[in-house]
Design a protein around this ligand. Structure first.
Ligand code: HAM
Length: 436
């Protein structure tokens, strides 16, 4: 008999891994609570029409990636329905917002979710057919301020906090504006006109997209097509004054909060419901599937699925990709020494060796630390450069430190510099090793 295996694109998570998943979820919940979000859980399957109308018939998700089936009626009172395993959660959240008349509270609804999503994509590292998203949506009547650019900036600022608290550094935030519902058709016409004379020289996917969904041409990754795409008109030039002002206000608020970002004119995203702000956080450690999370504003989605006007903004992070990123961070950290001891001047070399010996030796209550010893003939800059490559921290040992017994320690990941008593140094280095 053939042995049965987990279906292609799906995975078992065993106890060795679930600890990290639970830590990620606990960190996300704690950040969401501080920003006053509440949890929503919507069903894993929905009426297919929710996604075809909400996400868009022409998107890759709806046209080729959904798990859809006909659910036969079991009683006369029931009707046969087309159902779909949810490929994303925003449409479901907005359906629930409409169904439970949450808009009638007059308040903004701030909702988060954690759970499985399903897309029949070609599986590879970081891309699965069942994957988990951690997402959040801010939605409500216009009178509650749901259209305000401050909501966009707050969501982005929350994400930078969440990634910091998860211990993920080195991310890039790309943002763009795809304009209002009336800007988009204008831009699509401009794009179609610009594509017409050149598209025959582009890849077959672009030739198809130029007809079915021209915005998707901007997503093409084929190297030979890039010069054509770079020369296409930009959506920024088709935005009306309100959309331009909205985007400028989002950027100004991000600047004020010191959230770093870059504008990416090609970021149009793969779902049709977006209006105005779109964004993605990417991480270099992820390889080809480098989007950690994506999101944006969807001011017309509620109306598309039969609800009242209810502008909103939100995002979803790929939890599987967060796990991969954190595992890579952990693996890189595991190879680093706990500290690099930098004697400040050759006169401190002997004292530095003594300190290194003390830290490396195991004691009954703690294991020995992994220590790299520098050299007092190095300039401070050279010591820092050497230390940054091989250790998590640098410990500076100069004449003052030797006399006072108080050492200066800098943690490279956080950038924090601390004064630590020599007797407490081993415990300090050990606890910083075990942080996330
Ligand atoms: P999305 O860009 O389709 O947006 O997906 C968001 C994130 O889910 C991606 O950045 C990625 O990390 C993860 N993801 C997507 N597909 C897969 C896959 N096959 N395997 C693993 N991870 C995957 C949405 O889903 C929107 N609902 C986001 C949103 C919320 N926009 C507004 N509100």
């Amino acid at each position: 008999m053939t042995t049965l295996k987990a279906v292609r694109g799906t995975r078992d998570l065993l106890p060795a891994e679930t600890g990290l998943w639970n830590r990620i979820e606990a960190t996300a919940r704690s950040v969401f609570e501080r920003y006053n979000f509440g949890e929503i859980r919507t069903p894993v399957f929905e009426d297919t029409a929710l996604f075809s109308r909400g996400v868009g018939e022409e998107t890759d998700i709806v046209s080729k990636e959904m798990y859809t089936w006909e659910d036969r009626a079991r009683a006369q009172s029931e009707k046969t329905q087309q159902l779909t395993l949810r490929p994303e959660n925003t449409a479901g959240v907005v359906r629930a917002y409409i169904e439970h008349k949450l808009g009638e509270t007059g308040q903004l609804q701030k909702l988060y979710y954690i759970g499985p999503q399903f897309r029949r994509e070609r599986p590879q590292k970081g891309r699965y057919r069942q994957f988990s998203q951690i997402g959040a949506e801010v939605i409500g009547p216009v009178s509650a301020g749901s259209e305000s650019p401050l909501r966009d900036a707050e969501v982005l600022e929350m994400l930078s906090t969440l990634l910091d608290e998860l211990g993920i550094s080195g991310w890039t935030l790309k943002i763009n504006s795809v304009g209002s519902a009336s800007d988009r058709p204008k831009y699509i016409e401009t794009l179609k006109a610009a594509l017409a004379p050149i598209v025959s020289q582009m890849c077959v996917d672009c030739q198809r997209r130029a007809v079915t969904n021209p915005l998707r041409v901007l997503d093409c990754k084929v190297p030979e097509d890039q010069p054509f795409i770079d020369a296409l008109p930009r959506i920024a030039d088709s935005l009306d004054e309100d959309s331009k002002a909205h985007f400028a206000a989002v950027c100004a608020a991000l600047d004020a909060a010191s959230v770093p970002y870059t504008r990416d004119h090609r970021l149009v995203r793969g779902l049709d419901y977006y209006t105005r702000t779109t964004f993605e956080f990417t991480h270099g450690g992820l390889g080809a599937q480098n989007a950690l999370l994506g999101g944006g504003r969807y001011d017309g989605l509620s109306e598309l699925i039969g609800g009242p006007k209810a502008p909103g903004i939100g995002f979803a992070m790929g939890e599987d990709r967060l796990v991969l990123t954190l595992q890579a961070v952990e693996a890189a950290k595991a190879e680093l020494a706990d500290a690099y001891i930098a004697p400040l001047g050759e006169a401190q070399n002997a004292a530095a060796l003594e300190l290194a010996r003390e830290l490396r030796r195991s004691q009954p209550d703690r294991p020995g630390l992994r220590i790299e010893l520098g050299d007092g003939s190095f300039r401070l800059k050279k010591s820092f450069e050497a230390a940054d490559k091989v250790a998590r921290t640098i410990v500076m040992l100069g004449e003052d430190e030797a006399k006072s017994g108080i050492l200066t320690v800098k943690d490279f990941a956080s950038g924090v510099q601390s004064k630590v008593a020599r007797v407490e140094l081993a415990a300090f280095l050990l606890s910083s090793r075990n942080k996330y």
